[in-house]
Design a binder for this molecule. Structure first.
Ligand code: DC
Length: 230
């Protein structure tokens, strides 16, 4: 079974996806982390996104993997654990810019589908329900107001020791939302068959509860259909 969770940054996708994966013992697939790992490499190598040859070389020869360890997600780039290095605002912006380039999306699409074959998964991102796993049995589009999303992101960054202002975070988020939803290829949008959930003012527990109910009803439908031979 595949549970797809899409939505803009800071809507609470990771918290929700981790809880659902833990509860159901599914594999958690954070697709943003894959784009972030590649963005980190682009920044480290100082590759200009307009330099198609250099970008293509990096895209072709990066080894990115996601591993679950002690309930934590580990992001491995060319054998190095980069989990803590990919959560900076610089990497966020580069991931958003690089992800608008078709060659990058094409290569990472294969990787995501490959990782999705590891069994039952909860995958979160921007285009999971529309492009990566359009046949996912459960699709959620999670959103929240920009103020609430920015407050959450500020809180996370401050907890990681980073000095950031709310105003600066709001403006970075708006810039990223705009780029992610207006790009030509696989833009952020709600799949027609996704359930829209607004997490503003809801606790993480309440959102997870709602989604777990939906998954239960979908899986009992699947079981019924199978027993009816549909
Ligand atoms: O979910 P996140 O903030 O970690 O994602 C970082 C960037 O990666 C996001 O701004 C756009 C890109 N992304 C994407 O284009 N498609 C996905 N499925 C996941 C992330």
């Amino acid at each position: 079974m595949i549970v797809a969770i899409d939505g803009p940054s800071g809507a609470g996708k990771s918290t929700l996806a981790k809880r659902v994966a833990k509860e159901l013992r599914f594999t958690y697939l954070d697709t943003g982390a894959i784009y972030r790992a590649l963005a980190l490499k682009i920044l480290r190598r100082r590759v200009d996104l307009n330099d198609t040859a250099a970008l293509s070389a990096i895209v072709q020869d990066s080894d990115i993997d996601l591993r679950g360890r002690d309930g934590q997600l580990q992001v491995i780039l060319d054998g190095q654990d980069v989990s803590a290095l990919i959560r900076t605002p610089e990497v966020s912006q580069m991931a958003s810019k690089a992800s608008a380039i078709p060659m990058v999306r094409h290569r990472l699409l294969h990787l995501q589908r490959e990782l999705g074959r590891r069994g039952n998964v909860v995958a979160e991102g921007r285009d999971i329900g529309t492009v990566v796993f359009p046949d996912a049995q459960v699709k959620i589009y999670l959103d929240a107001s920009i103020e609430e999303r920015a407050r959450r992101r500020c809180h996370e960054l401050r907890a990681a020791g980073r000095e950031v202002s709310l105003a600066e975070t709001i403006s970075e988020m708006k810039e990223r939302d705009k780029r992610d939803s207006e790009r030509d290829i696989a833009p952020l949008r709600k799949a027609d068959d996704a359930l829209a959930v607004d997490s503003s003012g809801l606790t993480a527990d309440a959102v997870a509860e709602k989604v777990l109910q939906l998954i239960k009803s979908e899986s009992s439908k699947l079981t019924n259909d199978r027993s009816l031979g549909i």
